[in-house]
Design a protein around this ligand. Sequence first.
Ligand SMILES: Cc1cc2nc3c(=O)[nH]c(=O)nc-3n(C[C@H](O)[C@H](O)[C@H](O)COP(=O)(O)O)c2cc1C
Length: 229
Amino acid sequence: MNNRKWVFGVGVAVILVALFSWNFVRGSRGTSQTGSNTGGQTVERTTQTNRDLSGDNDVLVVYFSRTSGVWDGPLEVGHTKVLADYITEATNADQYEIVPAVAYPDDYEATAEQARQEQADDARPAIANPLPDLSEYETIFIGAPVWWSEYPMIVRTFLDGEADQLANKTLVPFTTHLGSGLGASQRQLESQFPQATVLDGFSVRGEDGAVNGAESDVRAWLTRIGVNN
Ligand SMILES: Cc1cc2nc3c(=O)[nH]c(=O)nc-3n(C[C@H](O)[C@H](O)[C@H](O)COP(=O)(O)O)c2cc1C
């Protein structure tokens, strides 16, 4: 192995160890939560999703993603959005992006600290765009980066705001991550929506470019779970 590869390999290993340590620390504090607190917000809904191709499509892909990256940003397209786009394409779905009312910092450390605080506070950060009307959809993919082993709290804002409409749907989690896989995302959906059908989710590592080569794996997964239009 030449020196550059060795240095790169050690760098990746250090970051992975750091991430697993976070997860361990978080797990040992037992802070995993489910909630139904909408913070008393009035839910405004829109029939306008980002893309409405056919009008008779019953699949929606919901995602949250940033373009900052942990060490490979700024990105043209966030890792989770790359995955969301593959799913959208393969299922001819509509899309809804969860856009924070207050953007997260570009700086990784600042975002990490804010995300940790939001989890500790069981916060529901506000979403800038109106929530979509889900009545026409049967299957809803819900994707985000894993943050501190879970969905970012802003995804909870979405889940709580749409709780009545999500209750009886088919829900499918997907994530990008640096070692945590799906994290708690699938368990969170199963626990918050016991009447829903929650299908096996898909996850892929973000920062090492794996997501860019994941399209065929995504299609194979969609076939396995029986969702492809
Ligand atoms: C605040 C924060 C917390 C993170 N926590 C974890 C974690 O617990 N486990 C993990 O595998 N990756 C973690 N990551 C890495 C992200 O999941 C990964 O970079 C993801 O691909 C980012 O997706 P995006 O580009 O769509 O935002 C974290 C990243 C951030 C910014």
